[in-house]
Design a protein around this ligand. Structure first.
Ligand SMILES: [Zn+2]
Length: 367
């Protein structure tokens, strides 16, 4: 990557998960804090999230609090860490896709993070870019703020495997779900994974979620339109998600109007439109109110475009039994889940079918 040549002081450290570090990014959630507290006084390095990533946390961890409250809780917890003389480092989320990163966004996020640390009298030396999305500009910026090391994960078997898949131009859900595979240790699972990736699938599904971006929309029209994919599209209920993940600088009204126009275009061009909603990133953080309200808004929007979807896919593949009930209530017939096992058969549960995909794409996989 050329870090060593360009920056004498800057290093990149590769670590295994849980090797002396705690990625305390969900620390503001009370249930998570309870778990984290057990690691106090054991010599870990704490990679802390900052108010610069409030929107990100709110969205992925289903946090139902205002920013002021978020900051208050965060400060309180950092004080506890300081009391225990814990080493505090930085976790930072910039964007989901490297191609969508821009300098201005990074400058804003870093500045807010370090204003906060300065106020708290904390001087981190290491940082962890969440989802490993960063570029050379990030490194320059990090140095400017006194950081000396970028901490990255050793993805064990996954990274070499990703490289092989790339050689064969295979790009699918696997790439986006590799965190899940960190847990896979047995040989059979890995074999399934490879078979699943190499096998062709009849039902080709794409999650359409970055298409409010002009660059992405052009790619969709060129590479996805008319290819017989089933399109699981997001709705304005995912505004916060898109804003943080894809670096979007428009307000919710403009966002909604763009979605309306583009989903209609897809529909008028004969595409199969189904529904995609992100609740939150972890099953433990799901709650019924969140699911009800998001479903309500999403279905209302899609119906207003005279589309009646029958299939549903949850963002991050995170859903529970309650989701099935709610989906059924809104007239859905099929819910999709991800599995690395390409032989898993669908299950019929009361009025709804649980189907499994081992291969799927995101629109941004095509850019
Ligand atoms: Zn998604």
């Amino acid at each position: 990557m050329g870090f060593k040549n360009n920056f004498i002081k800057f290093s990149k450290r590769i670590i295994r998960e849980k090797e002396g570090i705690i990625r305390a990014i969900s620390i503001v959630r009370n249930d998570e804090w309870k778990k984290y507290k057990k690691f106090l006084g054991k010599g870990y390095e704490w990679y802390i999230i900052t108010p610069a990533n409030y929107d990100y946390c709110k969205n992925v961890f289903n946090l139902n609090i205002e920013k002021e409250e978020f900051i208050r809780v965060l400060k309180e917890r950092i004080k506890v860490l300081k009391k225990h003389k814990e080493k505090i480092q930085l976790s930072i989320f910039l964007c989901k896709i490297k191609k969508f990163l821009d300098d201005q966004l990074q400058e804003e996020i870093f500045k807010e993070a370090f204003d906060f640390f300065q106020e708290m009298n904390v001087t981190p030396k290491f940082f962890f870019p969440i989802d490993m999305v960063y570029n050379q500009f990030t490194i320059n910026l990090a140095r400017k703020f006194g950081l000396e090391e970028l901490t990255d994960f050793d993805l064990f078997i996954i990274k070499p495997l990703l490289r092989i898949l790339k050689l064969f131009k295979i790009k699918s859900g696997f790439v986006n779900n590799f965190y899940k595979f960190l847990k896979i240790k047995d040989f059979k699972s890995i074999l399934y994974l490879i078979i699943g990736e190499l096998r062709d699938v009849k039902e080709k599904t794409v999650h359409i979620e970055a298409f409010m971006r002009g660059d992405m929309w052009n790619v969709i029209k060129r590479k996805i339109l008319g290819k017989g994919y089933t399109l699981f599209v997001i709705t304005p209920v995912d505004y916060d998600y898109c804003k943080t993940y894809f670096n979007i600088k428009i307000d919710k009204i403009e966002f909604s109007n763009t979605l309306k126009e583009r989903i209609k275009f897809l529909k008028d061009n004969g595409e199969e439109i189904q529904l995609h909603v992100h609740f939150c990133q972890h099953k433990d953080f799901l709650d019924n109110d969140l699911q009800e309200s998001k479903f309500h808004e999403a279905v209302g929007f899609i119906n207003s475009l005279e589309i009646k979807p029958k299939k549903f896919a949850a963002g991050w593949w995170v859903f529970n039994r309650k989701t099935l009930d709610i989906a059924e209530k809104y007239g859905f017939e099929e819910i999709f889940d991800y599995t690395f096992n390409p032989f898993k058969k669908k299950i019929k549960l009361k009025g709804i079918t649980l189907s499994y995909v081992h291969k799927y794409w995101h629109d941004f996989d095509f850019i």
